[in-house]
Design a protein around this ligand. Sequence first.
Ligand code: TNX
Length: 525
Amino acid sequence: MTIAFLVALALVTQDSSLAVIPQPVRLTRTPGGGAFVLRAGAVIATDAATRDVGYALADYVAPATGYRLPVRATGGAISIRTDTSLARLGDEGYRLVVTPAGVTIRSFKPAGAFYAVQTLRQLLPPDIYRQARVDGVAWSIPAVTIEDYPRFAWRGAHLDVSRHFMPKEFVKKYIDLLALHKLNRFHWHLTDDQGWRIEILKYPRLTQVGAWRSETIVGRPDRSDSTKWLFDGRPHGGFYTQDDIREVVAYARARFVTVVPEIEMPGHSQAAIAAYPELGNTGSQIAVWTRWGVSPNILKPEDATIRFYQDILTEVMALFPGRWIHVGGDEADKEQWLALRGISPDSAAALQSWFIGQMDAFLTAHGRTLVGWDEILEGGLAPHAVVMSWRGTDGGIAAAQADHDVVMTPGSHTYFDHYETLDTAREPIAIGGYLPIDTVYSYEPVPDALTPAQARHVLGAQGQMWTEYIPDPKQAEYMVFPRLCALAEVVWTRSDRRNFADFRARLDTHLKRLAILDVNYRGRE
Ligand code: TNX
């Protein structure tokens, strides 16, 4: 390679004005094409279907530019419309053409137009993300033609708000960041042993009692020696009212994000049992858990428990209009079933399968689809269940081979609670593991073992943010970013368009955007 070629390559990859993440399917810069400069008074013209997307664009650019761009039905330098001839780009695809005269966005469905707007924001200078007016910036957008659509339908990010409660305002910021990266599923882990975070009107003690724990274990102690455990002595808790939930769901919907609520059962349920001891196997009053791990307290496998949880799901379905309801199913310690309820080890897996099967039938009857962690395969998979494969990829492979949809969530590539470096002494304490960003980036969601027909069951992939060691939003941002940027490219961009070195170069510019958005991302070594 000649020096001139290398210089040219460097200029291309460092062209920060085209630092779009995730990388579009087709992007051509018009040679000598100049740029469109956004000025006060530019009109955004939309059809009825994309009117809200037009308003979203106007809202996005208003703070930094100081321009309140009008949204109208006709005319205008910025044109946004749906176009039935673009069905080939799918429900989330778009075509974006920028010339010095204007911006044209066309898509089959409004979601595609929304993603075109996200791309447009990234073609503007990073200052466009400021929340106050920035003077002296030319709001210029390079002349380009882009055709773009996602590789996967499920492009998710998860957030555990049970181990540490995260305020509603942060949840909304998280959803904004998902939308910025063209992610479309927010998996909200709302219940666990350490806290119940969603108001259920029929069972008020779930939050009155279950949303609070007396204290929290300090650090990462030796599990085998409880005499050395330290607790902080400070109560921790919080929950979302049903009005809060509706607000978050509407916020997500406006950003084309479907919220997938998770209500854990039959394990990871100690907070619920603390609130209603009759849900447990011992009948005795227990406390919301104050440490981490797999709790021995599991729901009692009886019809009354099924009815109780179906009542909960009835309220959950009324709050979350999306198709998917996650019922957990992971790490259910069956010891109490064996010791206290006389269940044989052979029937324990079948009993968990019965429990999840009752929920599957109930959700299916209400037009919804059950999602569960890969343990729901044990003892037989419920007929309509979608599997999240977290203990590696075997569960996902087995489910897809059995004609079930799967979402790939393997700890090896998608667990953002793991350390990002081996030099852990210089990091805030984390649960363990090692997941550098290039490993995230290299992830291929479709396992080799699947035939093309089975591969179609892989809906996509998702990043996990478990919060045992994540006390607050700033630490969550530190763990999630920029690894989620890499995962966004895994699920959006075709594998032949993925290149880690090129991603790293674009990430330099992208991190400026995240900094302006007050995202506490983890910087480079
Ligand atoms: C396992 S992943 C769990 C979570 C923990 C996580 C920590 C899964 C389905 N269950 O309860 O928070 O490990 O990495």
